[in-house]
Design a protein around this ligand. Structure first.
Ligand code: ATP
Length: 446
């Protein structure tokens, strides 16, 4: 590959020189521009592997340049040089499509890492190499869109916040962002924030020094440091206690952490992807989650759709999951044929509400595979009981008209799947419990 070439845009000659020297030591040719107009001309004249731009330019802003590059040179990673402590412009840059940011005074170690990550994208098509991770299956437009967004997000370093119900594939999406991006060779460290005992959260995340608290018998590296060069996936981030939220904010802003009991901060280079099945905006409104942290981790939001919103994906998921289950039962010299699903069983699954989403589908099929006698899974092998929640979005649920002429109501939407309280639902819908039971058994699968 030819020598890499970077375009550096800043109206301060000193900064241009400093960056030029640093890149030169990395064997990268740097071309400089003092204005937005000059940068555009360079971009049309030459081919670059990376662009670094300041926010304030004499004839525009760095954001203008980021947007211009997004439109005309979408494969070119561009990073913003922001004024010290100006988090707004860092967030704005990443929302506009910047790959990453570095704040002034420029920390050369961080700059070198940033440049290294950007150059790993050279000559690579979007979404390469997902071979080691389960693909995100689904042919629905919603899943197509998710895959497209993941490929795009993989190319930058912005914090991503993934929302969605339990089992919708939030962790899978985070892994795909990691493996499709320049950090793929680095570690992917998943952390369930809700599973760490409250008093150990800070030490787990940021590490500790020997003797900093009872039980700290030796220095310990935190999960942030373990994710160096890779991605830290903070699952159930809403469960982080407030003091850890303050430290997390600082770690993201300053790209450095201070282990418990340590005097000095240590620089860390980890991409943060977080997720929660809870609505973080509500958590903020109720004072349980810091607004500034919410703003910082939620630069880009990815919403994983519930399975009930895309029942058309169920047949493909079923086929792939049954194939995988058959493979898992392979014995030396014998691989069983994947089981098939009867049309009635498939229809039943497409009517099911799946509160546990794809994970629940996996469990249902695993159980059915174990219990099924023949080669075809029948409706009764699914063990969807009468109390199984029905998909309120299923069109067959929308046809009944309520006697009082109000909008069609759906008993399964009213009957809380957790309680399955039919009398209460009947009161709410103005129907008799018997009528509800009849509706449910007509639509139910068992
Ligand atoms: N679109 C999909 N294609 C294939 N497998 C999927 C898909 N979505 C989810 N899965 C599978 O479903 C299971 C649950 O996914 P995952 O753990 O990513 O969900 P989650 O949203 O992070 O769940 P939780 O909120 O409970 O942590 C995993 O085995 C994952 O591989």
């Amino acid at each position: 590959m030819n020598k890499a070439q970077a375009l550096i845009v800043d109206d301060e000659a000193d900064i241009l020189d400093l960056i030029k020297i640093t890149l030169g030591r990395m064997d990268i040719q740097a071309v400089t521009a003092l204005t937005l107009g000059e940068a555009r001309r360079q971009l049309e004249r030459d081919r670059f592997d990376l662009c670094l731009t300041d926010m304030n330019l004499p004839d525009g802003t760095g954001l203008d340049l980021i947007r211009y590059i997004g439109e005309h040179h979408p494969a070119l990673p561009v990073a913003m040089i922001t004024a010290h402590g100006n988090q707004e412009s860092a967030v704005a840059a990443m929302k506009a499509g910047a790959f990453d940011f570095v704040s002034k005074p420029v920390d050369l170690q961080l700059l070198r890492r940033l440049v290294g990550s950007a150059l790993k994208l050279r000559g690579r098509a979007l979404g390469d190499d997902t071979s080691t991770t389960t693909p995100l299956l689904g042919e629905s437009p919603a899943m197509e869109e998710i895959r497209r967004l993941i490929a795009k997000l993989a190319r930058n370093q912005a914090p991503v916040f993934i929302t969605g119900e339990s089992g919708t594939g939030k962790e899978l999406a985070a892994r795909l962002i990691h493996v499709q991006g320049p950090r793929r060779e680095g570690p992917f460290i998943p952390v369930n924030c809700g599973a760490i005992p409250q008093d150990l959260v800070e030490s787990e995340l940021f590490g500790h020094k020997k003797g900093s608290f009872t039980g700290a018998v030796s220095d310990k590296e935190g999960l942030f440091q373990a994710a160096e060069g890779g991605t830290l996936f903070l699952d159930e981030v809403a469960d982080l206690p407030r003091p850890a939220q303050v430290k997390l904010l600082r770690a993201i802003q300053e790209k450095s952490v201070r282990p418990v009991g340590a005097q000095r901060e240590v620089a860390v280079d980890a991409r943060i992807i977080s997720a929660s099945h809870r609505d973080l905006a509500t958590e903020v409104a109720q004072g349980r989650f810091r607004q500034d942290l919410f703003y910082r981790i939620n630069v880009i939001e990815l919403r994983m759709p519930a399975l009930r919103e895309r029942p058309q994906d169920i047949p493909l998921l079923v086929t792939r999951l049954l194939t995988r289950l058959a493979r898992q039962q392979t014995e030396p010299g014998y691989t069983p044929q994947p089981l098939t699903l009867s049309p009635e069983a498939l229809a039943a699954l497409q009517r099911h509400a799946f509160p546990g989403n794809v994970r629940e589908l996996e469990n249902i099929l695993e159980r059915a595979t174990a219990l099924c006698d023949g080669e075809r899974i029948e409706i009764q092998d699914l063990y969807l009981t009468k109390s199984a929640p029905l998909n309120p979005l299923d069109p067959t649920m929308q046809t009944a008209v309520h006697p009082n002429g109000s909008a069609p109501q759906n008993p399964s939407a009213t009957v809380d799947p957790a309680n399955w309280n039919i009398p209460a639902a009947a009161r709410k819908l103005g129907m008799t419990p018997l009528a509800i039971r009849c509706r449910l058994s007509r639509l139910s699968v068992a």
